[in-house]
Write a new protein. Sequence first.
Length: 479
Amino acid sequence: MASLRATGWKIYAINPLAAARYRDRSSIARAKSDAADARALANILRTNMAAHRPLPADSELVQAVAVLARAHQDAIWDKTQMVNRLRSHLREYYPAALQAFHGSGTLGLDSKHARAVLAAAPTPAAAARLTRSQLRALLNRAGRLRRGAEPEVERLREIFRRGCLHQLPMVEQAMGKQAQALIQQLDATCRSVDDLATATEEAFLAHPDSEIIISFPGLSVTSGARVLAEVGDDRERFADARALKAYAGAAPVTRASGRSRVVVARTVKNQRRASAGYMWAFDALRSHEPREHYDARRSTGERHTAALRNLCNKLLGCLYHCLQNRTPYEPERAFTAPVALAACPPKLTSNDMRCLAGQTASRPSECPTPPFRAPAAWWWARTIVESTDTSQSMSPAASALACTARSIRSNVPSLAHRRKRVCSVAHGPYRSGTSRQATPVRNFHTIPLRTVRSSNRFRPRNETGSSGRRNSHSASDSS
C-alpha cells in the first residue's frame, strides 16, 4: 500500500461484499474467475466512481500519530489482559495479594508498588516473612506514595500475616515462579505503555489541529491523538458531517420497507474511533453543556448508552465544523439554548376581523394594525377569534380541531351518494399477530367476490344470526 501511495495514483478501497454484488450485475450464473473480477472492478470505477471515495491523503505527521496512537491503545489492551491473567493466577494460591492490591490505579496490580512487592514475595509464605523495613524499602524504591509509606507498611504487614489456606509447598513454589514470569511480562507492558504515551503526545502536539481538538470538553492529549489518528487531516475525506458520524458509528441505521421502520445501531464502523468516541462522550459529562444535553435525552426515556451515542453524535458534528473552519470549540454555539415560545397574540373582536378581511369597519380608526404581515396576519386572525354569539375566545388548538372536524364532515358522502355507490360483497377473515416491534396488529382483509350497484331496492346489509355474530359473507362498502 505504501508503494502504491508513493506513485501518486488514487487508490479506491472496494469492500468484498460490494464487489460480489457488482459481479452479480453482469452474470446471474454465480460464475467466478480472475478475469471477470478484474473486469467488474474496472467497471465499478468507470460507471460508479461518484459512489466511492479514494483513500485519504493524510500528511506524514498524521500517519505517524496514527501509528503511535494505535500502538499505545494496543499496549493498553495488552496491559489489561496481563493484569487479568495475573489476577486469575493469584486467586488460585495467593488471596492475600488480591486483598492488598485490588482494582487499578495507585495500589492496583498494575502499579509499581504492587509489582515490586510481588516480585520480592511471590508466595504467601515469603510475604509473611517480610519485615517493616523490607516493605518500606520496596515501597520507597517503587515511588512516592500520596499518603506516605508508614500506613501502607502497616496495612500490608497485617494482611500478609493473616492466617489462610495454602497449597502444597512444592505446588506453591511452582505457582510463585509462574507469578514472577507474569510480573516480568507485566513490567515490560507497562514500560511500553509509558514510552508510547510520551511519543504519542509529542507527535500530536506538533500537529496544527491539536489545539482545536483539545479545546473540546472530554478530550485530553491522549484521547485527542486517537481522534486525530482516525479522522485524519484530509478535509476532503468526508463529504459532510453525516459521513463522519457514520464512519465513527454514532449515526444509527434505518431499515424501512412498507409499513415497517426499524432504527438499529450501526455495527459496520471504525471500532477504534467508536471506542474513542464513547470515552470522549463519557468524559464530556463533566462539562455543563454536554451534561444538560445528556440529561435532556435521558428525560425523554433514552437509556444511558443511547444518550451517550447521541451526545457523541452532537460532538462529532461540532468537531467537523471546527476542523473545516479552523475555529476552536465554543460551547455557546455548539449547545444553543432552547428558543422560548412567543407570547400569545391579543384577542380580536368582530370589528377587527372585518378589518382584516377587507370589509369596512364602523369607524376607520377602530381598525387595528395586525402585528404580522400576510399570510401570518390571516393565521393570527383565524387562530384567536372572539365569537359574536358566545363571547368566548378560541385557542389555536381548538381552532385547528374545529377546522379538522369541519373538513371531515364535508368529506362524508350524503345519503343520495351512498345509495348510488358501487359496493363489493366480500367476506373478511379476521387476522391478528405481532409486528417486528412486538406490537399487536389486527388486520381485516376483504376479498371481493362480486361487485354490484347499490339502489333503494337492493342494498347490501349485514346479516346477523341468532347469536348476534356476523355471518361469513357480509356486505361492506368500499371507500
